[in-house]
Design a protein around this ligand. Structure first.
Ligand code: UDP
Length: 356
């Protein structure tokens, strides 16, 4: 029988792409979301792409422990991928309590339910933000984490630690170590540290749907190109980089989604070498803001209105991944070029505008 994967926050940008790839790989999927930061656009898109109209969908809040327990009672879950979290850096600085409460409580509820319902594998969506401003580039999984500069970033570090400690305590549940703990099962965990996910599904049926003014670069670019925003501000052109603008590791959303399938397979096929593992999910390729803007203009044949603006508080100068570990251990590799990804992002923006 096909293994079942719960995708918390599965109606969002990353969750919807991951759902598509999991289903393509033959997994049963349960999507759960409280719809606090998205509508049903992407979930409907997932149904169209997969041709499946009956994907189980539960509208629920992962901070509600009873609801999480009910979900784990209703479905036998073999692995959970946890996306249900707030993600706006600036908002987290303004509303730290809201961020800590939501992001930590929801994850604790997932782990507790996983443990008490016979055990389950847990994949946590972490972020390259845990590396802060790195001393050495590219960063490997062994590069030190830096103190977080926002409550959002701190929740990523704290959830990594919660998973690490829980796995340490519960990975052996159900065997000789905890022979008496009948209802408790083992938990193993993987944290994937994403670099900068961008783009959209090649079908242009799912993609990023930022609410209000986008914080992230690519949605701001596409919205400027379509005329929704007047002008893109490039934050800082005096950084110590080749062209003065920040460098990031932009990873295609479909490539990123596939990394989850490889990680889930590793967990479910019993291939993990440690009970808790961490992988960078990036391309290994630094791209500056200016390079990205130029590539967008070139591949899509559009002119972008942009200006240089002061640096944005909290931005690091440069970060990119050493993805060797994921390449070797997961057998996963980023495949799509920046150009393909930016073409997909543009197709999605046009789809939203009803132009294509
Ligand atoms: N950026 C920019 N203008 C914008 C949004 C972002 O110049 O309107 C820059 C930002 O300073 C950073 C890069 O684009 O160097 C990526 O920013 P984003 O917010 O997408 O991701 P981050 O790396 O901060 O997680």
């Amino acid at each position: 029988m096909a293994k079942r994967v719960l995708v918390s926050g599965g109606a969002g940008f990353i969750g919807s792409h991951v759902t598509v790839e999991l289903m393509a790989a033959g997994y049963e999927v349960v999507v759960a979301d409280n719809m606090s930061n998205c509508d049903l656009t992407c979930f409907e898109g997932v149904k169209k792409i997969t041709g499946k109209d009956d994907i189980p969908f539960v509208k629920m809040d992962f901070c509600d422990a009873d609801a999480v327990n009910r979900l784990f009672s209703q479905y036998k879950i073999d692995a959970v991928i946890h996306f249900a979290a707030y993600k706006a850096v600036g908002e987290s600085v303004a509303e730290p309590v809201m961020y800590y409460k939501n992001n930590l409580e929801s994850f604790l509820n997932v782990i507790e339910a996983a443990k008490t319902h016979g055990g389950c594998n847990v994949l946590f969506s972490s972020s390259a933000t845990v590396y802060g401003e790195p001393d050495e580039l590219p960063v490997t999984e062994k590069s030190p984490r830096q103190p977080a500069t926002s409550p959002y970033g701190n929740t990523k570090q704290m959830c990594e630690d919660i998973l690490r400690d829980s796995v340490k305590a519960y990975a052996k549940y159900g065997n000789e170590v905890n022979a008496g703990a009948e209802c408790n099962g083992p938990i193993k965990g993987i944290a994937l540290r994403y670099f900068n996910p961008i783009g959209a599904h090649p079908s242009a049926l799912i993609g990023e749907l930022p609410r209000g003014v986008p914080n992230n670069l690519v949605p701001f670019i596409t919205q400027t190109a379509i005329g929704k925003r007047e002008c893109l501000s490039i934050f800082g052109n005096d950084y110590p980089t080749p062209d003065g603008t920040c460098q990031r590791d932009y990873i295609d959303i479909v490539d990123l989604a596939k990394a989850h399938v490889y990680a889930v397979r590793r967990m479910l096929d019993g291939k993990m070498e440690e009970d808790y593992e961490i992988f960078n999910v990036g391309t290994g390729r630094p791209v500056s803001v200016l390079e990205l803007v130029n590539a967008f203009e070139k591949v899509n044949g559009v002119k972008l209105n942009y200006k240089f603006a002061p640096r944005r508080a909290g931005d690091v100068t440069a970060i990119w991944a050493d993805p060797t570990l994921a390449n070797e251990k997961l057998g996963w590799k980023a495949e799509r070029s920046v150009e393909e990804t930016l073409a997909a992002a543009w197709a999605w923006e046009k789809h939203l505008a009803g132009k294509e």
